[in-house]
Design a protein around this ligand. Structure first.
Ligand SMILES: CC(C)(COP(=O)(O)OP(=O)(O)OC[C@H]1O[C@@H](n2cnc3c(N)ncnc32)[C@H](O)[C@@H]1OP(=O)(O)O)[C@@H](O)C(=O)NCCC(=O)NCCS
Length: 141
């Protein structure tokens, strides 16, 4: 069956959050609430996508920018749909959108323990940065 790619809208939210919750390698937090995702999609229109086969959700990805670089988050393909090229197709759609907006580089965050995820990213052409670490600070009041 053909898999089709659609823009990610809030109509997809309940199915997508269920997919993310069931996907190893995806870390969810307060910004993944309906309000948080609605704000993200509004701030980054046309860059995030879902994949569907016969109407059923097969995969999803968030993509946005900080005005300088692109970022992908929460790429997930449901286990029964993996290894059919859906993950790579979702990533390509995001990168095409970023390119069309003039962005020249895109970053992702991958958990250290997510070895399969890292293999996927390397196989689809992404380079591990050994010159960087991520540092974060909680600035909630
Ligand atoms: C990572 C993930 C999105 C890949 O989705 P997918 O649709 O299966 O990926 P694709 O079919 O497009 O794979 C493209 C290529 O990546 C490689 N690849 C993908 N998954 C792989 C795995 N588990 N082991 C080894 N190679 C893998 C293969 O080379 C594959 O091409 P091939 O099937 O022709 O050999 C999916 O496994 C997933 O949802 N994992 C859990 C969530 C996650 O880790 N997301 C990434 C967060 S940073």
């Amino acid at each position: 069956m053909t898999v089709s790619i659609f823009p990610f809208t809030m109509v997809d939210y309940d199915e997508v959050i269920a997919l993310w919750r069931s996907s190893e390698g995806i870390g969810l937090s307060d910004v993944d609430s309906p309000e948080g995702i609605a704000a993200y999609l509004a701030r980054n229109p046309g860059l995030s996508f879902v994949a569907r086969q016969d109407g059923r959700l097969a995969g999803a990805v968030l993509c946005g920018t900080d005005g300088r670089r692109g970022y992908l988050h929460h790429l997930a393909v449901a286990s029964s749909y993996r290894r059919q090229g859906i993950g790579e197709t979702l990533v390509e759609r995001c990168l095409s959108g970023l390119k069309a907006q003039g962005y020249q580089k895109c970053h992702i965050f991958v958990y250290n323990g997510n070895v399969e995820g890292q293999v996927f990213w390397e196989r689809v052409g992404w380079k591990l940065r050994t010159d960087l670490v991520i540092m974060s600070k909680d600035i909630a009041l």
